[in-house]
Ligand binder design. Structure first.
Ligand code: SAM
Length: 250
């Protein structure tokens, strides 16, 4: 396991309240590459099938399939709803989340987005690309309704499984048992690697049970896991992702 210091609450973030709902919000392919430590598109192409769980309003699936012919699938409990309902919810949640960010801008690094307006542009671009894909009957099969801790996929269906801005971000809504079962489920459907980002709650505090979780994954489930530094750090301190790897013999 790498020894880089995990964010330990020494930034001025401790009074920030958590998000009051799980936002239907999503990032673009370029942000996914950064936050999951994927070097470039050629690196992503080395994985034969990729799952994005939960996908939310991200354009990762649309962009990677349409622009690069990479076989990616997204799942989310809200998939199956009408595209107009998802579009409206996506727009409302962009307003909700970016307003909250705008009220505490000092908790974020702005080197990537530069301003709230550009942050909103990114979010709207992702939403528009996602909705246009989701609305297309032929492409809809890439978007599967699923809710952790259970996934409707066979064991080892995907070489890479990505899980962004859910498990630790909203961990104050779930207990350790939910988080552990969900990670084991993500690992069940993966043939090579699971990558999870960020390791912080939406209050920007670190996930409370990270050490217990890592201990259990390693010692009870014999899963190789490590925390890998990534180049993306919008929420201050969120520059690590958790990577779980399947040994060849498993
Ligand atoms: C912030 S979005 C994820 C966005 C995307 N992965 C990204 O990083 O841009 C969080 C998503 O979690 C979904 N969600 C809520 N409960 C869930 C559950 N039990 N299992 C899986 N996803 C869930 C919500 O519907 C929402 O779309």
């Amino acid at each position: 396991m790498m020894t880089k210091k995990i964010y330990s609450g020494d930034l001025k973030v401790s009074n920030r309240s958590p998000l009051d709902r799980i936002a239907f919000y999503g990032r673009t392919l370029s942000e996914y590459l950064l936050m999951f430590g994927i070097n470039d598109i050629d690196h992503l192409k080395t994985y034969n099938a990729v799952l994005d769980c939960p996908s939310g309003a991200s354009s990762f699936v649309a962009e990677s399939n349409n622009n690069y012919e990479i076989n990616t699938v997204g799942c989310d409990p809200l998939f199956g709803l009408d595209s107009r309902v998802l579009h409206k919810k996506g727009e409302e949640d962009i307003e909700y989340v970016t307003k909250r960010v705008s009220l505490s801008q000092d908790l974020y690094n702005w080197n990537f987005y530069q301003s709230i307006d550009r942050l909103k542009e990114y979010r709207k671009r992702a939403l528009v690309q996602f909705i246009s894909d989701y609305r297309d009957r032929k492409k809809r099969k890439r978007y599967i309704k699923a809710k952790l801790p259970r996934l409707p996929f066979d064991d080892k269906s995907f070489e890479l499984v990505l899980s962004g801005h859910f498990l630790f971000t909203y961990s104050y809504k779930f207990d350790l048992s939910f988080t552990l079962s969900s990670i084991i489920e993500l690992f069940r459907v993966c043939a090579k690697e699971v990558r999870i980002y960020p390791l912080q709650k939406s209050s920007l505090q670190p996930y409370d049970h990270l050490q217990d979780l890592l201990y259990t994954l390693k010692n009870e489930y014999r899963i190789a896991c490590d925390m890998v530094p990534v180049l993306f750090e919008f929420q201050k301190g969120s520059n690590l992702m958790l990577r779980l790897r399947r040994h060849k013999a498993m």
